[in-house]
Design a protein around this ligand. Sequence first.
Ligand code: GTP
Length: 244
Amino acid sequence: MEKETLVEESTTSDFTKIYIAIIVVLVTLVLFLIYRSRTVSRRSVLLTGLCNSGKTVLFARLVHGQLVKTFTSMKENAGEYIINGSSLKIIDIPGHERVRDKFFDQYKPEAKAIVYVVDSTLIQDEIRDIAEYLYNILSCPDIANNKINVLILCNKQDIPASKNCSTVKTMLERELTTLQITKSSQLEFVDPKIKKSSLLVDGDNFQFSLMSSIKVDFVDCNATTTEDGSPNLEGLEKWLSKIV
Ligand SMILES: Nc1nc2c(ncn2[C@@H]2O[C@H](COP(=O)(O)OP(=O)(O)OP(=O)(O)O)[C@@H](O)[C@H]2O)c(=O)[nH]1
């Protein structure tokens, strides 16, 4: 009789162990599925920059391998770019001030990298706007926290008045130095504790190399719009092949 009770007890405890194991596996599976559904896979390259910098021409060159006639976009363009046997999704974000933040916010969760296109012929006249939009991108927590790489693409190098990428870099560093001082003092006025969050780098002098979580590269480019002119996308394509 005693033996029977012992056998019964051990069978019951075996069943309990199996039940617990099944529950643990099910809970883990459910948690994993919830985690998977919340993590968006990052495989998009966002083409950003002011109006007329050349994003749509570049998009058409990369995605369709051809030259297109463009006009100011108010909607995004999206397409696949194949490189080294893999594919990246290229998203051309319109540069118009009224819509660019909306589209940037919509696509930043899937960004693997950001290409910031600059019209190198207008850098002197547009430096404030160019630096301000770039500041907004670089100070975006989603971009810094996910260590998203950024390429500053100095476009329209076929035009003699254009500045090359090392001049563009120097001009942007100077402007971003001013910008982060202005932004941080404005914020300090509102709340001294949030001053630090507005700085792109520690210290007053901004340099791209001092940014701790975002790597910023520079390359020259021309997406050339004439039928007979050959484009130069070599630097851009090399960079894309590294991040794919
Ligand atoms: N010469 C020259 N012109 C270019 C180059 N890339 C673009 N363009 C011209 O610049 C103008 C603007 O090009 P888009 O590609 O429409 O500019 P975008 O950045 O998409 O502009 P939005 O749609 O307003 O954001 C067009 O007239 C293009 O033909 C280039 O490398 N060289």
